[in-house]
Design a protein around this ligand. Structure first.
Ligand SMILES: [Zn+2]
Length: 645
C-alpha cells in the first residue's frame, strides 16, 4: 500500500492555542483523511514543542516547574485537537524520553562529524522567537519574523556549519519545483537567505536551562529549533546510531515525509535548516514543505494583547465541530492571509451548511418519505437535465480531488459546494411536487428523487475528509453503506429499494443579530472586568460625629410596586420593626418588585421627607453605582430597627 506521511508544526506549549493556531491541524487532518480515503497508508504526526527560554520564564511566573507547566498546556492542546475530531497517528512531545535521547545523539553525531564546532556568539537575538539574526536580517531594529525588538547577545556557543551544505540545498530547491509550496515563497528563501550568504547557525544556549542538554558539555542546552525540527524523524523511530538501511521498518516505510504543513512564518527553518540537518544525517529530504498563510481577526493578527483572540472550542459551542472545521477549511486562501469575522462565520454556516447542504438533504429526504414511503426509488424516465446534473457531480468529484492533492483546500470545497448548488437548482427545474400530482409523471419523479439522493450520497463521501461527522449523519439518513471512495467515480451506486434512515437536522440556522448581540455583550463584560479601576475623586475628611448624624437602620422591604407615570421609580413599603414607612427609590431600571420583597436594606431614617413625582418618600435606601445600580442588601439575620454604624 502506498504510504503518505504528513506532519504539522508542533505547537509551542506556551499557552492554549487560539483559532489561528488551530487551523493548521484541521487542515492537516483533512489532508490525512483525504489520502486515507484514496486508500493510502497515512501517518499524521503532530505534537508539542516544549523547550526554550520563554517556557522557562512562564513557568517561573506561574511558580511551577517547566515540566509541570508544559504538561498542563500540552494537555490543553491535545484536548482541542481531539475536540476538533483530528485523527492523528502520533502526538509527540519534545520532552518525551525517546526524543530527548535521540536529540542528544544527533548533536553528538554532528559534533563528531565536524559539522558542529564551539565558538562565541555575538549578535541580535529575539527572545520570543528564540532566534539569532544578522544585522542584515534585522528590520529597523526589529525581528524579521515577529516584528518585536531584538537585543545584542554574546555567549559561548556551538555552531553548525551551514555553509558546507548551501550549494547542495540550492541545487535541490532548484531541481525540485514542488519542494517549497506555494511557489511564490521559494524566491524569498533562495534570494533573501541562501544566496545572501547563509551564516553558520548557533545551535546551543547557556543562558537558560530548560532544554535538552548537550551530552558532552552540559553547560549548554540544544537550540530549540534543532530540538523541535528533529521531531519529524524521532516520532517514527529514527535512531541516530544506525545508518539509514539499519533503521526500524516504521522509519524506512514512512520517511521521507510527503509533506510538512507549517505556517509561512517558520518556512525558513523548514526549507533551510531542516534540509541541511537531514543532509548532515545522510537522510533523504521531505518531498514538500507547504507554508500556509495566517488567519487574522478582521484585519489584525490575532493576539492576546489585542484582545481579539478567538478559540476553536468557543466557536464549536455555537457552530458545532463541523461548523468550525468547514469554516477554517473554506475561508482560508492558499496564498494570502485569511481573516475571521463572526459575520463571515455565520454567513458561511447559514448559506453553505444550513441552506445549500442542509436544505438539500432535508428536502430530498422529506420528498422520498412523502412520495415513496421512504424507500429509494429506482430511476425510470430520464431527461437531458439529468445528464447535466450527473456530469457536474462526476466533474466535481474529480476536480475536488485534484485540488486537494495540490493543497488547495478552500478551492476544493468550493467545487463540492458548487455541485450542491447545482443539485438545488435541479429541484427547481424538475419540480418534483408538480410531477407528484400526475400518475403519468411517476416514472419521471422516481428518476428525479433517485438522482438527488445519489448526488447527496456522492457529496457526503467526498465531504467526509472535511466534515466527517456530518458525512456520517447523512450516510445514516440515506441508510447506505456505499461510503467508499471507489463508489463515487461513477453515478448510480446507491441501491434502489432500500429504506432511508431517520431524518435529522444537520445544521440549525443561526440568528445573526442575536448571536452578534450575545458576543458583544460577552466581549463588553470581559472588557469591563479587565478595565483598570480609576482612582475616584474623594470627599473632605469627616469626624465620627458627622457620620453619626446620619441615622442608618435595618429595614425589611415588605411591599413594592411600580409608580405609574414615573418609569424610574419604585414605591417601597419598609418595616423598621417599630414602625412602617413608605420610601420611593429610582431603581426601577435595575430591580423588579419581586427581587426586592423580603430583602433587608440599610435605610437613612432621618432624611427630610420628600415628594418624588408626586409620591411621598420618608427616607432613602443605600445603593452603589450610577450606570449599574446595586442595592446594599443586609444579612437576613440583621435585626429590624438596629442602628447601622
Ligand atoms: Zn521574533
Amino acid at each position: 500500500m502506498e504510504k503518505f506521511y504528513l506532519t504539522t508544526a508542533i505547537a509551542y506549549a506556551s499557552r492554549k492555542p487560539h483559532f489561528g493556531n488551530t487551523y493548521e491541524i484541521i487542515m492537516a487532518d483533512a489532508f490525512a483523511r483525504f489520502q486515507r480515503m484514496l486508500g493510502k497508508d497515512v501517518f499524521l504526526c503532530t505534537g508539542t514543542d516544549e523547550h526554550g527560554q520563554k517556557i522557562e520564564n512562564l513557568a517561573i511566573e506561574a511558580g511551577i516547574t517547566p515540566q509541570k507547566y508544559v504538561d498542563g498546556v500540552a494537555g490543553e492542546i491535545k484536548g482541542i485537537w481531539d475536540l476538533m475530531n483530528v485523527k492523528y497517528d502520533h502526538f509527540i512531545r519534545t520532552t518525551d524520553d525517546y526524543h530527548v535521547s535521540a536529540v542528544k545523539k544527533i548533536f553528538k553525531k554532528f559534533y563528531d562529524k565536524g559539522d558542529i564546532y564551539k565558538g562565541f556568539y555575538e549578535g541580535w537575538y529575539c527572545t520570543p522567537c528564540e532566534s539569532f539574526f544578522t544585522a542584515t536580517q534585522v528590520v529597523e531594529g526589529k525581528c524579521p519574523d515577529c516584528g518585536r525588538p531584538v537585543s545584542q547577545a554574546k555567549e559561548e556557543a556551538y555552531f553548525f556549519k551551514m555553509s558546507k551544505y548551501v550549494d547542495r540545498l540550492v541545487a535541490h530547491i532548484e531541481s525540485n519545483p514542488g519542494f517549497i509550496e506555494p511557489e511564490s515563497r521559494k524566491k524569498e528563501m533562495v534570494n533573501n537567505f541562501l544566496k545572501a550568504g547563509l551564516q553558520d547557525l548557533c545551535v546551543s544556549r547557556t543562558s537558560f536551562k530548560w532544554g535538552i542538554p548537550v551530552d558532552f558539555d552540559d553547560k549548554h542546552v540544544t537550540y530549540v529549533w534543532l530540538d523541535a525540527l528533529t521531531n519529524y524523524i524521532t516520532a517514527i523511530g529514527y535512531d541516530p546510531d544506525k545508518s539509514y538501511d539499519d533503521q526500524c521498518e516504521k522509519f524506512k516505510h514512512y520517511w521521507p515525509a510527503n509533506v510538512h504543513i507549517i505556517g509561512k512564518d517558520i518556512l525558513r527553518f523548514h526549507t533551510i535548516y531542516w534540509p541541511i540537518f537531514l543532509m548532515a544525517l545522510d537522510l533523504p529530504l521531505p518531498e514538500k514543505v507547504f507554508g500556509h498563510p495566517w488567519f487574522n481577526f478582521g484585519n489584525d493578527k490575532m493576539s492576546k494583547s489585542k484582545g481579539n483572540v478567538v478559540y476553536a472550542d468557543e466557536l464549536a459551542e455555537a457552530f458545532g465541530v463541523d461548523g468550525v472545521r468547514y469554516y477554517a477549511l473554506s475561508e482560508m486562501p492558499y496564498n494570502s492571509d485569511g481573516s475571521i469575522t463572526y459575520e463571515s462565520v455565520i454567513s458561511r454556516y447559514n448559506n453553505d451548511l444550513a441552506n445549500n447542504l442542509g436544505n438539500l438533504v432535508s428536502r430530498t429526504h422529506a420528498m422520498t418519505k412523502k412520495y415513496f414511503d421512504g424507500a429509494i426509488p429506482a430511476p425510470e424516465a430520464s431527461d437531458a437535465l439529468d445528464e447535466d446534473l450527473k456530469s457536474t457531480v462526476i466533474a466535481a468529484v474529480k476536480e475536488s480531488a485534484e485540488l486537494m492533492g495540490s493543497y488547495r483546500v478552500a478551492d476544493s470545497l468550493d467545487s463540492i459546494f458548487s455541485m450542491l448548488r447545482r443539485a438545488n437548482k435541479y429541484i427547481d427545474e424538475t419540480m418534483p411536487w408538480a410531477l407528484a400530482k400526475n400518475e403519468d409523471d411517476k416514472p419521471r419523479l422516481k428518476t428525479v428523487i433517485y438522482n438527488l439522493l445519489e448526488t447527496i450520497r456522492i457529496a457526503s463521501v467526498i465531504l467526509s475528509p472535511y466534515i466527517p461527522e456530518t458525512a456520517e449523519k447523512i450516510f445514516s439518513q440515506l441508510g447506505t453503506d456505499k461510503t467508499d471512495y471507489s463508489t463515487v467515480c461513477a453515478f448510480g451506486a446507491l441501491e434502489a429499494g432500500k429504506p432511508l434512515g431517520e431524518a435529522s437536522t444537520l445544521f440549525a440556522r443561526i440568528d445573526e443579530k442575536k448571536f452578534l448581540e450575545e458576543m458583544e455583550a460577552r466581549r463588553a463584560a470581559a472588557e469591563a472586568a479587565a478595565a483598570p479601576i480609576e482612582e475616584p475623586e474623594h470627599e473632605a475628611e469627616i469626624g465620627i460625629e458627622s457620620f453619626a448624624a446620619v441615622e442608618l437602620r435595618v429595614a425589611e422591604i415588605i411591599a413594592c410596586e411600580t409608580v405609574p407615570k414615573a418609569k424610574k421609580l419604585l414605591k417601597l413599603q419598609v418595616d423598621l420593626g417599630y414602625e412602617k414607612r413608605q420610601v420611593v427609590s429610582g431603581i426601577a431600571k435595575f430591580y423588579t418588585p419581586d427581587e426586592l420583597i423580603g430583602k433587608k436594606i440599610a435605610l437613612v431614617c432621618n432624611l427630610k421627607p420628600a415628594k418624588l413625582c408626586g409620591v411621598d418618600s420618608f427616607g432613602m435606601l443605600l445603593a452603589s453605582g450610577e450606570e449599574d445600580v446595586k442595592v446594599v442588601f443586609l444579612d437576613s439575620g440583621a435585626k429590624l430597627g438596629d442602628r447601622i454604624h
